[in-house]
Design a protein around this ligand. Structure first.
Ligand code: NI
Length: 168
């Protein structure tokens, strides 16, 4: 069940580790543009939502039929949790630890449990299978964001070849 999804979830901490290996702390703390997250903030976010956005929601759906899944504002949460002051390497290590434990747990879920449903405060009904799949989708979105930051950093150094590229 969900083998492709679990494989993505298992690979994310290692991928992030490789992507940031060549970055200085200063580079990790630099926002690519105003209002856009730095690598430091992205790692703090992934570490944070592993519990509140993901594990605790799946647990609630398994515990209670049609559990209500509270929504949260991720920009507000970034402020409250002081993402911009977190040590990026610690965030990544904490994410990796949580992810290992969560994968052990997710691998034991039975097909009937994956069909259990909850009600997300903002978007409505969701199954456990859908939320776990979104967990992997969310990983890939933030990995892409890290790659974009690295692209941004190289852009000023490619001279006239900039004509071929647009930064989003
Ligand atoms: Ni996110």
């Amino acid at each position: 069940m969900l083998n492709d999804v679990l494989a993505i979830l298992a690979s994310t901490p290692g991928k992030l580790k490789r992507e940031i290996a060549s970055m200085s702390l200063k580079e990790m703390k630099t926002r690519p543009a105003r209002g856009k997250w730095s690598v430091q903030e992205i790692l703090a976010h992934l570490d944070d939502v592993e519990e509140i956005g993901m594990r605790s929601r799946v647990a609630a759906m398994l515990d209670t039929p049609h559990a209500l899944l509270p929504s949260f504002d991720q920009e507000k949460r970034a402020e409250e949790m002081k993402y911009s002051r977190r040590d990026p390497l610690r965030s990544l290590a904490s994410l990796a630890r949580q992810r290992n434990a969560n994968l052990k747990w997710l691998r034991k879920l039975k097909p009937a449990q994956l069909k259990r449903r909850g009600i997300h405060q903002k978007v409505g009904e969701l199954s456990v299978g859908e939320l776990v799949t979104e967990w992997a989708f969310h990983d890939l979105s933030h990995l892409r964001q890290v790659l974009e930051i690295k692209r941004y950093a190289l852009y000023p150094r490619i001279g006239n070849m900039r004509a071929f590229y647009k930064l989003s």
